[in-house]
Design a protein around this ligand. Structure first.
Ligand SMILES: Cc1cc2nc3c(=O)[nH]c(=O)nc-3n(C[C@H](O)[C@H](O)[C@H](O)COP(=O)(O)OP(=O)(O)OC[C@H]3O[C@@H](n4cnc5c(N)ncnc54)[C@H](O)[C@@H]3O)c2cc1C
Length: 363
């Protein structure tokens, strides 16, 4: 019997597992994939969670953070305009190839029993829980579901909306890319571009990550995405691919649900935030830690599982749910007809304080 079983070894699952293991809990972490691997993501790690990230990483992985490319500004290319916003403190650009593998390794160094290539198929019970996986059954006093945005374990996420959204990502060569996250918006999607490094020693500079969220009737490859925006078409002309492209679908947005039948939901499994706000990794790390912290009093016997889960839900709704609300308001603003959107953009251009305020509300 484990104290805690965590499903999913991404940022949310590893953050939860490390938090509980450090407090002495016996933790099992199950991941269906295998690290290292590329993942569809803009790889923009917002400053709000960098301290938490550093505290989770084993010291041997700290170079991942200290050597990372810093992103001190964003540029939004929309309706022929270019909106500059400083990012203060600067964000970090960290490849998911390195980040997820380092977090996994750090979890194991903290005593977590980690099993890769182990897909969870079924969950039963309401504390204790039985988890059936591709390698057998496990029992845990508590369960955290951090299986990501789209999983058959999370009812509701499989209802792809009629307008199907795709995520696409690839690394490309570009000499001296600017230290900014550049968001190119067009009808039916957007593509983010930012410099990034990977730690395998190859191409230590001159690498950009291009990551798009696009309606499937607009594009199904990055090459098709690049021609959707004139400035991006021009910029990408000389790019050479440095990684195989990866894709994911569908992308479904919904109100976050941090707890279900006594199971604590963390990261994208709780709720998927609009990728353009660049806060998904941060929310995953923070909700994972919060879920782990809320379970510690249960493990030492001072509260019941029901009380721990209720406290997690309330704290999540207070601290994290507002981020989802602001992000979906901004998404609605960006999808307004051009005639309405342009005056709003002019206002934002003239009053950067409003833009800074909006960005702060997505954190
Ligand atoms: C197009 C796009 C761009 C994005 N850009 C950014 C960005 O720039 N910055 C940012 O902060 N966020 C970004 N995000 C969001 C970010 O990628 C996610 O919010 C983040 O990965 C969530 O972490 P997680 O741990 O919750 O889920 P994940 O990272 O998805 O991890 C979940 C893990 O669970 C595993 N799993 C799933 N099912 C099972 C199962 N049945 N059994 C065992 N394991 C299972 C999966 O293999 C996976 O490894 C972007 C997302 C998209 C789609």
């Amino acid at each position: 019997m484990y104290d805690l079983i965590v499903i999913g070894g991404g940022p949310a699952g590893t953050s939860a597992a490390i938090t509980c293991a450090r407090s002495g809990g016996r933790v099992l972490l199950l991941e269906r994939g295998r690290f290292p691997r590329h993942k569809v993501c803009g790889e923009f790690v917002s400053a709000e969670s960098l301290e938490l990230l550093v505290s989770l990483l084993d010291p041997k992985h700290l170079r991942l953070f200290s050597d990372s490319v810093r992103i001190p500004r964003s540029r939004v290319f929309l309706d022929g305009r270019r909106l500059h916003t400083p990012i203060d403190p600067a964000a970090a650009s960290i490849s998911r190839l390195d980040l997820d593998a380092a977090l996994w390794d750090s979890a194991e160094h903290n005593g977590v029993d980690g099993r890769q290539q182990t897909a969870v198929q079924r969950i039963s019970g309401n504390g204790p829980f039985t988890v059936e996986s591709s390698i057998g059954k496990f029992e845990g006093r508590a369960l955290i579901n951090a299986s990501g945005r789209w999983s058959k374990l999370n009812p509701g996420t499989a209802d792809a909306s009629s307008r199907k959204w795709l995520g696409l990502k690839g690394h490309f060569s570009e000499s001296s890319p600017p230290a900014s996250v550049d968001l190119y918006f067009f009808d039916g999607g957007y593509c983010g571009v930012q410099p990034v490094d990977i730690s395998d020693g190859a191409e230590r500079s001159g690498r950009v990550n291009a990551c798009a969220m696009v309606r499937s009737d607009m594009a199904s490859t990055l090459a098709e995405v690049f021609v959707c925006h004139p400035a991006l078409r021009e910029r990408s002309r000389g790019w050479k691919p440095l990684s195989d492209p990866v894709s994911t679908s569908p992308l479904v947005f919904r109100e976050p649900q941090p707890e279900r039948d006594g199971i604590l939901m963390a990261g994208d499994a709780a709720g998927f935030v609009d990728p353009f706000v660049g806060d998904g990794i941060s929310l995953a790390l923070r909700s994972g830690r919060l879920a782990g912290e809320c379970l510690i009093p249960f493990f030492v016997g001072t509260v019941s599982l029901v009380e721990a889960a209720r406290y997690y839900r309330a704290t999540y709704e207070q601290r994290l749910t507002p981020v989802f609300r602001t992000s979906s308001k901004i998404r609605r603003m960006l999808s307004l007809p051009q005639g309405v959107r342009i005056p709003i953009l002019r206002l934002l251009e003239k009053t950067p304080a409003i833009t800074r305020y909006l960005v702060s509300k997505t954190r």
